[in-house]
Design a protein around this ligand. Structure first.
Ligand code: PLP
Length: 440
């Protein structure tokens, strides 16, 4: 299958090119040329299939032409080494828990899939040069990418992060891994890290000496696999007899996660309607009300992984529905919550149901609380484990949040990082030196 750019100026790309390049030459986002509708019989008996079986079937629709069946099967089963269960919170509201992966956030699914797909292409090409993944992070992306690629042969990952500006829990998730993961601690802010990565991709000399690629969240190999868990959520709700008028609510920042759900819908997944829940960064919400898209500088909130003022996947949503605002706003509704409303949602959910939300999931839960209509059942994504935001959550609910074993394990590890200034040449020399083969 070929991939086109949302800007329609770049040539069609193969899956391999779309995955390795990430962004098209015209700066557009890659879209699959076709979205295959799945056969009705699949949905009739979907509740009898396992998560992995469902995911493999969905994966074949996207990647089946480009990857042999056995390899794709292995990639999917290896990616989904953990469950994404649907858990009841109230009679009508269910939590799709996406935090059971290695870094306790939903980005694990996409990052693990992308790592394995990239490895497949490297092996197929017989490429003996190491592929270097550069990723700048303000926290969660770095940990998901580092853990997703950990131990994947033929790939080395550099995670650039701002010194002193990432929480200890987050930092431990990518600085303690070793192996093929190098944490680069930049004396600067997140924008400096991003600038270093951007300059590196444009540096002809560096690119001639090292094979570089990004693991950005707009990559098709990171965003499409997120559709898997929406099919699974539908299946589990169908098994409960609650799938008739299912409303899926996604706490959204860059809108990759909800776009994957919309792709599922386009493949025939019977979701009744969607809600995009935002924090105070309400650009999409405003678009739904007015039809005008007005990107803004992002505001800092307690649901910080959603602090996005110009959601990159908006272009994919517009492309999917040919910019038809009436269609988009009838299928998707919006919600927006400021920090005090998010705290209030965590507090009341805990008091009323005993369920502990993280600040991102809290936006999703609250949007269903306020927005579900008679006869509908809602599923919201719980995108991160509440222990990742321990202080904020504990202050809101007034009781303690236990740290899961695998999160605690990261914090016991030994920090390993390379320190660099925010000067590009300093960074370049550092990674060139690291990449150089050891003297005989
Ligand atoms: C990345 C992230 C989001 C936002 O997801 P998008 O795909 O960017 O909309 C929400 N919650 C958490 C915890 C995240 O890490």
């Amino acid at each position: 299958m070929k991939y086109y750019s949302t800007n329609r100026q770049a040539p069609l790309a193969t899956l391999e090119k779309a995955v390795v390049k990430g962004l098209a030459e015209d700066k557009g986002l890659y879209m699959p040329e076709r979205i295959k509708a799945l056969e009705p019989s699949f949905f009739d008996h979907i509740d009898r299939l396992s998560f992995q079986e469902i995911a493999f079937h969905v994966a074949q629709a996207f990647f089946g032409e480009d990857i042999d069946e056995e390899s794709l099967h292995n990639i999917v089963y290896d990616t989904l080494a953990f469950d994404c269960p649907v858990v009841p919170v109230t009679d009508h509201i269910y939590s799709l828990e996406l935090f059971h992966g290695p870094t306790l956030a939903f980005k694990d699914v996409g990052a693990r899939f992308m790592a394995r797909l990239l490895q497949y292409f490297i092996r197929k090409e017989g490429n003996r040069n190491l592929v270097n993944v550069l990723v700048a992070t303000s926290g969660d992306t770095g940990s998901a990418v580092a853990n997703g690629f950990l131990g994947v042969e033929g790939i080395h990952v550099y995670v650039l992060y701002p010194k002193g500006k990432v929480s200890k829990i987050q930092e431990s998730q990518f600085t303690t891994l070793g192996q093929n993961i190098t944490a680069v601690e930049v004396d600067g802010c997140f924008d400096d890290c991003q600038a270093l990565v951007k300059t590196a991709f444009m540096d002809a000399e560096l690119n001639a000496r090292m094979q570089l690629t990004s693991a950005n969240s707009i990559n098709v190999a990171r965003f499409l696999p997120q559709a898997f868990y929406y099919f699974n959520a539908y299946a589990r709700m169908k098994a409960l007899g609650k799938a008739d008028k299912l409303v899926v609510c996604v706490p959204s920042g860059n809108f990759g996660n909800i776009t994957a759900a919309l792709f599922g819908h386009a493949m025939g997944l019977p979701i009744h309607r969607f809600i995009a829940a935002n924090n105070a960064n309400d650009i999409f919400y405003q678009y739904l009300q007015s039809g005008n898209y007005c990107p803004k500088a992002s505001l800092q909130t307690i649901a910080n992984a959603m602090d996005v003022g110009d959601p990159s996947n908006f272009a994919r949503i517009i492309d999917l529905y040919q910019g038809d605002h009436a269609r988009i706003s009838s299928l998707i509704s919006g919600a927006t919550y400021n920090d005090s409303q998010i705290r209030q949602a965590m507090q009341s959910c805990h008091a009323e149901t005993g369920y502990i939300l993280d600040p991102h999931g809290a936006c999703g839960y609250q949007a269903l609380r306020e927005g579900l209509l008679e006869g509908e059942t809602g599923v919201f994504c719980e995108t991160a484990h509440p222990a990742k935001f321990k202080e904020t959550v504990e202050a809101a609910i007034g009781s303690t949040v236990d740290i899961p074993e695998r999160l605690a394990a990261f914090m016991k590890g030994r920090k390993q990082s390379i320190e660099v200034s925010s000067d590009y040449d300093d960074f370049k020399q550092t990674i060139l030196l690291r990449d150089a083969p050891a003297a005989p």
